[in-house]
Design a binder for this molecule. Structure first.
Ligand SMILES: *[C@@H]1O[C@H](CO)[C@@H](O)[C@H](O)[C@H]1NC(C)=O
Ligand SMILES: *[C@@H]1O[C@H](CO)[C@@H](O)[C@H](O)[C@H]1NC(C)=O
Length: 249
């Protein structure tokens, strides 16, 4: 009897182990971050110029926060294996990464640790090479062009206007043909502000799809979409040599 139980236990361990090893993702969340909201997020200590800023200033546009691998039950699929991150594999994309996928947290850094985390947590589950994973993410950001999607419906960055999150979602649905998730943060006055937009993307990392699961966030009845300019980034004094940055990591 005891042996049967032990055997059953062992069997279920083996089966579970296999499930974990073959953990497969079903879709991606492309997460776009609005820097104007990040800089004013009351739970964050402001935003800082990336160390690469002088050579690669940012656009006043959405940044890439990440391309997350998810299962259709709404669970993140992470750390599928330990394929190492090599920043040198991204040499042909490095300028784009500095501009569109930078770290604007404080203290300033060059973004490499952000990309390493993106790769070791999610990228390794994508089945793509490192270069293709980052290239696909950058291409998606560009193709979706969220800032013009919003502008098309009169939703423009402003420190005065507030927008209905439902209206914002509708505007995006009309343009992309799919619902998105909108995550808000709060500014120092406790008002909601549009912080991140979650867009669902198919397994090939090339097409927007209807979300198998929509992330649930609350943005209240009205939220700011605050104005952004690079002057909101706090300065740092360190100098930067783009070539050295790539080869020394
Ligand atoms: C990124 O992907 C596109 C589309 O597949 C391709 O044309 C381009 O050459 C790639 N860029 C790099 C740097 O690999
Ligand atoms: C890591 O896991 C992903 C997803 O299961 C797979 O596509 C990729 O080939 C794996 N890489 C290695 C080196 O095992």
């Amino acid at each position: 009897m005891a042996r049967h139980i032990a055997f059953a236990l062992l069997l279920s361990l083996l089966v579970c182990g296999q499930n974990i090893a073959s953990a497969d993702f079903d879709f991606y969340y492309l997460v776009l971050e609005w820097p104007g909201s990040y800089c004013k997020d009351s739970s964050v200590g402001g935003c800082c110029k990336p160390t690469t800023f002088d050579a690669y200033p940012l656009d006043a546009d959405f940044l890439v926060k990440g391309l997350y691998t998810y299962s259709s039950s709404g669970q993140p699929v992470t750390k599928c294996n330990t394929t190492k991150f090599y920043v040198n594999a991204l040499a042909s994309l490095i300028g784009e990464l500095y501009v569109h996928w930078p770290s604007i947290q404080c203290p300033s850094d060059n973004g490499v640790s952000l990309w390493r985390d993106a790769w070791t947590n999610y990228g390794v589950c994508s089945g793509l090479s490192e270069k293709d994973y980052f290239n696909s993410t950058l291409l998606l950001r560009k193709k979706i062009n969220m800032l013009s999607v919003l502008k098309w419906k009169g939703i423009v960055p402003s420190n005065i206007l507030m927008y209905s999150p439902t209206y914002v979602k509708t505007a995006i649905r009309l343009a992309l043909g799919a619902d998105v998730g909108i995550k808000c943060s709060k500014n120092k006055f406790g008002a909601f502000q549009i912080d991140e937009i979650y867009v669902c993307v198919d397994k090939t990392a090339s097409k927007v799809i209807k979300c198998p699961v929509l992330p649930k966030f609350s943005c209240g009845l009205a939220a700011y979409f605050p104005y952004y300019s690079n002057s909101m980034l706090k300065s740092t004094s360190s100098s930067f040599d783009p070539l050295q940055m790539v080869t020394s990591q």
